[in-house]
Design a protein around this ligand. Structure first.
Ligand SMILES: *[C@@H]1O[C@H](CO)[C@@H](O)[C@H](O)[C@H]1NC(C)=O
Ligand SMILES: CC(=O)N[C@H]1CO[C@H](CO)[C@@H](O)[C@@H]1O
Length: 403
């Protein structure tokens, strides 16, 4: 079990990037398979990492060795906090799976309210927006005040649990008049895109996950095989059709997002639906049966007519717009002698190469520029909460180090 602790260390000791986190999970899942019970959360990453492993083979031995580095972490890095992470994940898994445990957790848990999928935000006196965590009994009281059945609160869906092991749920009050709930809760229901801009740090992934789960339940009420209604379990981690026996799990669509570089410049594109002046890394859905690397090469060939030479994995992110996507972010390079871009105008409005200076200027813009009529269009990139921003930032840092 010492080994297990060792692998968990990089995950818990410091605030690691998601990339490193997944790398750790990979080492954990490959090397301790059978030793420790892997949770449902780990499994998808296990398979996912195997694919990245393949990707790193393509890229060369350097990347391949990355998971191995974790094996050689010094002993002193083993921290006490690993126990609390494990117990937290086990607790979360228990309330996910066991209806009775989930009902009990709901009684003492926190609820985030949504109205037709728009989360409730509250503005503090200092002008900061927060995601108010309501107690279950408060929500029951609100329902009663508005003449609704307080038992409705049982429809809440488990999203996560806090570091203090308090369960967090999301609950959509879309059937009730919006203004009445807002008044009682001293908050406002805000469209998720706007909420993403207003919220800071860790609240954005939480609010996105809460919305994604609510949406999934709202759109998966019937079995696609028999047409019969499906029944959820208490936590909302699955829905079952009792006449066909099919179990449905919340889904994400895998999307690969890639920043292409020719060594000196990076390639950014825009769709006609993007806000004026905004360019981003190229992205596309993975086709069924494709590996991530295949999807990436195909998308770049299709969209801009370039052939990718090497791929490097950067990180991943759940992206709630327009629906749940699993964004896998990579850097890719092309041959500096073969950089002619031919844009597929059906997919993209424009795509072109940008210099480091241009990119640095765009990264310095912290809010969408006004771009009033008549003014020249300002080039800008997606905000920091989007993984595209992180790719662009990483590329700029790397270029900076090179020069
Ligand atoms: C879930 O909670 C843990 C802390 O218990 C946190 O580290 C993690 O980021 C949370 N996940 C989301 C999607 O908010
Ligand atoms: C009511 C219901 O369907 N509960 C199910 C919730 O999910 C667990 C497994 O994850 C099942 O064992 C329960 O029967």
């Amino acid at each position: 079990m010492n080994e297990v602790k060792l692998y968990l260390t990089p995950l818990l000791q410091r605030r690691h990037t998601l990339c490193q986190w997944q790398r750790s999970l990979h080492a954990l899942s490959v090397n301790t398979f059978g030793l420790c019970a892997l949770t449902q959360v780990v499994f998808p990453f296990y398979f996912f990492r195997l694919r990245i492993w393949t990707a790193s083979k393509i890229c060369g031995t350097l990347n391949m060795l990355q998971p191995l580095r974790i094996l050689f972490r010094p002993k002193w890095m083993v921290s006490r906090s690993s126990a609390s992470y494990v117990s937290r994940m086990r607790h979360l898994n228990k309330i996910k799976e066991e209806d009775e445990a989930c009902r009990a957790a709901l009684q003492s848990g926190n609820i985030f309210l949504y109205h037709k999928l728009a989360p409730l935000l509250r503005r503090t006196d200092s002008g900061i927006y927060q995601l108010p965590a309501l107690q279950t009994k408060d929500v029951e009281e609100i329902l009663e005040k508005l003449g609704e059945d307080k038992e409705m609160v049982k429809e809440s869906i488990l999203i996560n649990c806090t570091e203090q092991n308090e369960a967090q749920f999301s609950f959509d009050v879309g059937a009730i008049e919006q203004a009445a709930v807002e008044e009682l809760c001293r908050g406002t229901f805000v469209d998720l895109r706007k909420a993403f801009f207003l919220l800071r740090g860790s609240e954005a992934p939480l609010v996105a996950r809460g919305q994604a789960l609510l949406r999934w339940h709202q759109t998966n009420g019937f079995c696609s095989s028999t047409g019969q209604p499906t029944q959820r379990n208490q936590s909302g981690s699955q829905r079952v059709c009792h006449s066909s026996g099919i179990t449905y799990y919340p889904k994400m669509s895998p999307v690969v997002i890639v920043l292409v570089s020719d060594g000196k410049r990076c390639l950014l594109g825009r769709q006609s639906t993007f806000p004026r002046g905004m360019y981003s890394a190229l992205a596309g859905f993975c086709d069924i049966g494709e590996t991530m690397e295949e999807a990436l090469r195909r998308e770049i060939a299709e969209e801009v007519g370039l052939e990718v030479e090497s791929i490097q994995y950067s990180g991943s992110q759940h992206w709630p717009f327009p629906q749940s996507s699993f964004m896998v972010a990579c850097h890719a390079t092309v041959n500096p002698d073969k950089t002619h871009v031919s844009v597929d105008k059906v997919e993209l409005e424009d795509a072109r190469w940008f210099s480091l200076e241009e990119v640095q200027e765009a990264l310095a813009i912290k809010a969408p520029p006004r771009n009033n009529k008549g003014e020249p269009t300002v080039f800008w990139v997606p905000p920091s909460y989007a993984i595209a921003n992180r790719l662009i930032q990483e590329w700029a840092n790397q270029q900076h180090l090179k020069s």
